[in-house]
Design a protein around this ligand. Structure first.
Ligand code: HEC
Length: 156
């Protein structure tokens, strides 16, 4: 009896390790699938992946709240309509411009990228001054609302 239980301990160790690795794998997998693209460098994304992410964000998005969020997150400190301050492009006409900025990205995909991966494309005549911490600061809901607002023809 004693001999056989002692002989079994490598089996227990192996089982323990197997369970431990399985738990680590599941935790990592769930953690990563929570937000697969926020942490992804823009260079790894394609027009299709962008579309896959942006389309769900826009379902039920509230453009009016998006306009409010531009003030909450101080986007308008740099992106100022009327008084062009030279710091950032004004949002006037953004929906139209966004559609042709970076083909084959759609307007929504381009705006999404501009907010989360601002260095992927720097608008001509501007510096890369756009803050890079919006992936941590904005929730999916807020991001959807902002994009929806910027896609309206009267965004400013
Ligand atoms: C500190 C100044 C600053 C703040 C704050 C800022 N941006 Fe920007 N943003 C810029 C600059 C500079 C550019 C142009 C350079 C570039 O392409 O990164 C830009 C570019 C953009 C573009 C692309 C515009 C175009 O015409 O192609 C979008 C969209 C945008 N920002 C959205 C936002 C949103 C939404 C917020 C707030 C959540 C925000 N920005 C906050 C400076 C800022």
């Amino acid at each position: 009896m004693k001999k056989s239980s002692a002989a079994r301990w490598p089996v227990y160790v192996a089982l323990f390790l197997l369970v431990a690795f399985a738990v680590i794998f599941v935790v990592e997998f769930i953690g990563a699938s929570e937000n697969p693209v926020r942490s992804e460098p823009a260079a790894n994304l394609s027009a299709d992946t962008y579309l896959d992410i942006v389309t769900p964000l826009l379902v039920d998005a509230d453009a009016q709240n998006g306009e409010t969020l531009l003030t909450t997150y101080e986007c308008v400190a740099c992106h100022r309509a009327g008084a062009e301050n030279g710091i950032a492009p004004a949002f006037v006409g953004i929906a139209e411009r966004a559609a042709t900025r970076r083909p084959p990205l759609t307007a929504a995909a381009y705006i999404y990228e501009s907010i989360l991966h601002p260095t992927a494309y720097i608008v001509e005549d501007f510096s890369g001054a756009m803050p890079q911490n919006y992936p941590e600061r904005l929730s999916d809901r807020e991001l959807g609302d902002i994009i929806a607002y910027l896609l309206t023809p009267d965004a400013h």
